[in-house]
Design a protein around this ligand. Structure first.
Ligand code: 5AD
Ligand code: FES
Length: 358
């Protein structure tokens, strides 16, 4: 009897989340911990409906260019952290980056995401020059930067040069947890300040966290969700934590596909019009992870446009997929995967649109 009651309670919480686009922290925790069969499908169905109301069946493509795996930081979970002497390092020149974007443009991409470690080689001036050159050549494209932490003045320069969006995962909204994942020289407060600065400047901002990162509890995830609801980012990038063999978390367990999918649905319901990628990490822990993500409310995928000779080197975690394919192959594969679940990839810029919350 009691069990039946609890089961009904979980499903009612899903209804409430759908209707009110929010829950109390205690309720969010119950949704995260609910283990009744059929619950994920129930949540995903609602998330899909909300996603389709705002974005139809469209899945936006972003061309990801991994510009450098040289990083001055030493995040404990990350395979390209400074102290990993086994990582084979590379960085792309301005010309190589522009070539990638040109090739991507011809393949149909209208958003380029330049992502990399915090590599001091890319000075403010160089980033400004790269962003300006892309925008000059392809004024119809959006440029997204994902290059880590800078001071506000630098972010402003990149924005003035034409950068439209910035991805900077907050990683965890709990300061103590942040400090368990990063060395003392990295600061939770600075990361949060960066996110506020980016928003102030006028970027479309993406934040996000790993699912199942070491020491993460349901309470941490509730804090992450509360942060997302309050910060209202235009994009949210989440993916499972996956151990990298050359890190101190090598023996930790990976995050699960089920929890990642559940969180995608919850985030879709909390922030109905958010841009939500089904990430490479999700595709790495489950061969159909990205398709499952799309079916749970995600509406963005980011095929890899990096030159083939460096793809196998941008390894934040083990067993990363899409490291051997040509860009064109990766897009074809992605388009097939998306259509296999009844959605369609679109090449539009796919800006965040604020829909009125009627
Ligand atoms: N597993 C999963 N995701 C990772 N990231 C870094 N290392 C890992 C890992 N081992 C994520 C971080 C970072 C983003 C670029 O990749 O969240 O912000
Ligand atoms: Fe990259 Fe399939 S999506 S190879």
């Amino acid at each position: 009897m009691e069990e039946a009651f609890e089961r009904a309670y979980c499903f009612e919480l899903a209804d409430k989340l759908e209707a009110e686009r929010d829950l109390t922290d205690e309720e969010l925790a119950s949704v995260l911990l609910c283990d009744y069969p059929g619950f994920d499908e129930y949540l995903a169905e609602k998330a899909r409906a909300v996603r389709e109301k705002y974005y139809g069946k469209s899945v936006y493509l972003r061309g990801l260019v991994e510009i450098s795996n040289i990083c001055k930081n030493n995040c404990y979970y990350c395979g390209i952290r400074r102290d990993n002497a086994n990582a084979e390092r590379y960085r792309l020149s301005e010309e190589q980056i522009l070539d990638c974007c040109d090739a991507g443009y011809d393949l149909g991409f209208r958003t380029f995401v330049l992502q990399g470690g915090e590599d001091p080689y890319y000075t403010d001036e160089l980033i400004v020059s790269i962003v300006s050159a892309i925008k000059d050549k392809h004024p119809d494209c959006a440029v997204t930067l994902s290059l880590g932490e800078f001071e506000k003045e630098s972010y402003q320069k990149f924005f003035d040069a034409g950068a439209d969006r910035y991805l900077l995962r907050h990683e965890t909204a709990d300061k103590e947890h942040y400090e368990m994942l990063h060395p003392a020289e990295m600061s939770f407060d600075h990361r949060m300040q960066c996110l506020r600065d980016l928003k102030d400047i006028g970027y479309q901002v993406g934040c996000g966290m790993m699912v199942g990162s070491p020491y993460q509890t349901a309470a941490h995830l509730v804090k992450d969700l509360r942060f997302l609801k309050e910060f209202k980012p235009e994009m949210v990038g989440i993916g499972p934590f996956i151990p990298h063999h050359d890190t101190q978390f090598a023996d930790c367990e990976a995050g699960t596909v089920d929890m990642t999918i559940r969180l995608l649905s919850i985030i879709r319901l909390l922030l109905p019009d958010v841009l939500l990628p089904a990430t490479t990490a999700l595709g790495t822990i489950d061969p159909r992870g990205r398709e499952k993500g799309i079916l749970a409310g995600a509406n963005v995928v980011m095929p890899n446009l990096s030159p083939s000779d460096v793809r196998g080197k941008y390894l934040l975690y083990d067993n990363k997929i899409c490291t051997g394919d040509e860009a064109a192959e990766c897009i074809r594969c992605m388009a097939m995967r998306i259509s296999s679940v009844g959605y369609e990839t679109v090449v539009a810029r796919g800006d965040h649109v604020s829909f009125s919350m009627e």
